[in-house]
Design a protein around this ligand. Structure first.
Ligand SMILES: Nc1ncnc2c1ncn2[C@@H]1O[C@H](COP(=O)(O)OP(=O)(O)O)[C@@H](O)[C@H]1O
Ligand SMILES: [Mg+2]
Length: 342
């Protein structure tokens, strides 16, 4: 082959980056209830992809289909995982992937080490190779001390770590993590984030499902929001934040009379009577801020506090999934004032 001929990707559409996972029009119904109603995915190798959605959105169903545990409905388009056609060669797909389910595969009756050795057996590693790999992974996931104890005595975070260690025995290039941090305390969650980042730095593709916007924001190169059986939006966290008009300037008053007169002058502002605060929709650009400040000056309004809020993933999520306006008093992710002017 002449050296000028570049190898083409399996997708053959001009994008040279290798694709780890792709689906076209993926569908799945249970009885007459459609769960997935035409999902298109294209996940570049070596990236972290987050499938974000509330409970019951169909995240686990996607993971189960992509990891060959259940089949997609007839009429779905081609599914490719790790360069293999999933329908034609499920064995090859299974060899390329690792799956950590939402419900742990850890056997509590045996020790952590025995769980690891069982996995090594399943992957047909020799005795000595199995022991070597198990010891290495137990060390890497900080489980050496616990290795000889029954896994039922492990904390939630330890069980998840063992679960991932077991997944890595087969040295998969693509890993599915179905809600890896649900139910973990904040410290174990941060610990798990570190583990996931480390996997990616080894070149592994991570397909992650989560209900947490913050987690997707922290970890994922690309995020898809699953709602009503469809991908409601897909992009980087930054791209997603740009599609919602969640930005605003918030003016807060301490004097109720000043608040009232500002509220009646600023008719387009949203009122928060309890907090004595007004929200003015704004993209937060210098020009917009200047015009708001000029306007306040000319109206003789002096707020006690002025903060600029840029949209965050909560705004995106609520806008896309048709929830009510998360402001104010929402719980999952406080909106961070990016910049405050006094
Ligand atoms: N085996 C099943 N039989 C019938 N309905 C199911 C089955 N598995 C999942 N579902 C339904 O499919 C929907 C999506 O479930 P799931 O993929 O587990 O969502 P998620 O993982 O996002 O919480 C839910 O409404 C669930 O009740
Ligand atoms: Mg699930």
């Amino acid at each position: 082959m002449p050296s000028s001929v570049m190898p083409t990707s399996s997708m053959g559409d001009g994008d040279p980056s290798p694709v780890a996972v792709s689906t076209v029009g993926l569908r799945k119904s249970y009885g007459d209830k459609p769960v997935l109603d035409g999902i298109d995915l294209r996940i570049p190798a070596g990236s972290v992809f987050a499938l974000l959605g509330p409970n019951g959105a169909g995240k686990t169903t996607v993971v189960k289909i992509l990891s060959t545990l259940i089949t997609a409905d007839a009429g779905s388009g081609e599914i490719r995982v790790g360069g293999h056609d999933l329908a034609a060669d499920p064995q090859a797909v299974r060899a390329a992937i690792g799956v950590t389910g939402q419900f742990s595969a850890v056997d509590g009756l045996i020790t952590g080490e025995e769980n690891m050795l069982l996995m090594a057996d399943l992957h047909h590693l020799s005795n000595s190779e199995g022991r070597r790999v198990a010891a290495e992974l137990l060390e890497r996931f900080d489980l050496v001390e616990a290795a000889k104890k029954p896994a039922s005595t492990y904390s939630g975070g330890m069980k998840r770590r063992l679960d991932i260690a077991m997944t890595l025995v087969g040295n998969p290039r693509i890993i599915f993590l179905d809600e890896p941090t649900t139910g973990l305390d904040p410290r174990s969650r941060h610990n798990m984030w570190g583990i996931i980042r480390e996997l990616v730095s080894d070149g592994v593709t991570v397909f992650l499902t989560t209900q947490y916007l913050e987690e997707a924001d922290e970890l994922a190169d690309r995020i898809a929001v699953l709602n009503d059986g469809r991908i409601a939006a897909e992009g980087s966290a930054e791209e997603l934040k740009r599609i919602v008009p969640g930005g605003h300037v918030r003016l807060r008053f301490t004097d109720p009379a000043a608040y009232q007169s500002a509220a009646s002058a600023l008719r387009e502002a949203t009122r928060d009577d309890e907090a004595l605060a007004l929200q003015i929709p704004s993209g937060g650009t210098q020009r917009e801020l200047r015009s708001i400040l000029d306007w306040l000056d000319s109206a003789g309004i002096e707020a006690d506090e002025l903060t600029v809020h840029t949209p965050d993933l909560d705004d995106v999520f609520f806008a896309l999934t048709g929830g009510t306006d998360p402001q104010p008093g929402r719980s999952s992710l406080p909106s961070q004032p990016k910049e405050a002017v006094r």
